[in-house]
Design a binder for this molecule. Structure first.
Ligand SMILES: [Zn+2]
Length: 331
């Protein structure tokens, strides 16, 4: 009850500064930051400020996500509301992903029309804004999952909002510590963005490490570029010597292979015995020699898409060349 009273007092404090206290309260809620909580209902919102001021109703009668901090609530009701919040996050996630797709396509088009155009830098900035938004959405999704678990096990909570807020803050603080390179050098969207641009004018050439396009920040190792420079992407499996099929990456050295081929290589190596012990498999990339096990081999669909795109472009070029030749023959 004390909490409810305090909340009403705080709202009255805002009244003079804002035409609509309800809206003002939503905007100033610290837990919301960049992702707005959906208005499942307008908080007591008919725009009639007088009523709210004079007769504060029992919030339990008409509670919303925005007022649930004041309301002890049964889990069954709360889980339904939490689900609505989750749906809204999914909607925002799709919007960010659409925007990311547009950035990829636009940047590739610019590179084709005007190689190295400065516009591409600003498209990358836009992309990073979208990726940051996506990261914030993910943090909220995780916090909601945690909240749902808590609701299911506790049967009821009297301060869902504070719980949600604390969860977001803890996760957000951890994410905020990361440098640009730590966030994006291994991000699938970022890699696809840069690979798409690269391939326009460097067909068949291995793409440089992503660090080339992400400035070094405090907390990044000095020799980051050198360290990652060995990871080249030629789309050819070092085992089959053909373009990747079901591309997979070794997490110990960053080298790529065709998935089935590398598992077979590991299987063959570990079946041979050396002095009564199973032998270890080693990465077949020249100069690498890292021990690889099935546990460190992870499928990489983004890399496979790049390899497929590479094959398509190669085929198109061959067809073009064949068409040119037949044209010459006709003359
Ligand atoms: Zn390797």
């Amino acid at each position: 009850m004390a909490r409810t009273a305090r909340t009403y007092a705080a709202r009255d404090g805002n009244a003079e500064a804002s035409g609509s206290r309800a809206r003002r309260r939503v905007e100033s809620s610290p837990a919301e930051e960049d992702v707005r909580v959906p208005a499942t209902q307008e908080p007591e919102g008919d725009g009639n400020d007088e009523d709210e001021e004079d007769e504060p109703q029992d919030p339990r009668e008409n509670w919303t996500i925005k007022t649930f901090k004041d309301v002890p609530i049964r889990s069954t009701v709360a889980i339904g509301e939490v689900r609505k919040l989750g749906d809204e996050l999914l909607k925002r996630e799709r919007m960010a992903e659409d925007s990311i797709q547009v950035a990829k396509e636009t940047a590739t088009a610019y590179e084709a029309a005007s190689p190295g155009d400065k516009v591409i830098d600003s498209i990358q900035k836009q992309l990073i804004d979208d990726l940051e938004a996506l990261a914030r959405i993910n943090i909220r999704k995780e916090a909601l999952e945690e909240l749902t678990t808590e609701l299911r096990t506790s049967g009821g909570m009297d301060d869902l909002w504070a719980f949600y807020k604390r969860s977001i803050q803890a996760r957000g603080a951890e994410y905020g510590e990361l440098t640009l390179r730590k966030k994006y050098a291994d991000n699938d969207h970022f890699k696809e963005f840069r690979a798409g641009i690269w391939e326009v004018n460097h067909e068949g050439e291995p793409i440089p490490p992503m660090t080339r396009w992400l400035e070094r920040q405090d907390g990044d190792p000095e020799d980051d570029d050198v360290e990652m420079g060995g990871t080249t992407q030629t789309y050819k499996c070092p085992i089959t010597m053909r373009v990747y099929e079901d591309a997979a990456k070794s997490t110990v050295c960053g080298h790529y292979y065709s998935y089935a081929a590398v598992l077979e290589l590991i299987g063959n190596a570990t079946r041979t015995q050396r002095q009564g012990r199973a032998a270890q498999a080693r990465c077949p990339v020249a100069g690498c020699n890292k021990v690889i096990t099935p546990d460190v081999i992870k499928k990489d669909p983004a890399m496979q898409r790049q390899a497929d795109a590479f094959v398509r472009r190669q085929r198109d070029r061959e067809e073009r060349e064949a068409a040119d030749e037949s044209y010459i023959e006709m003359e």
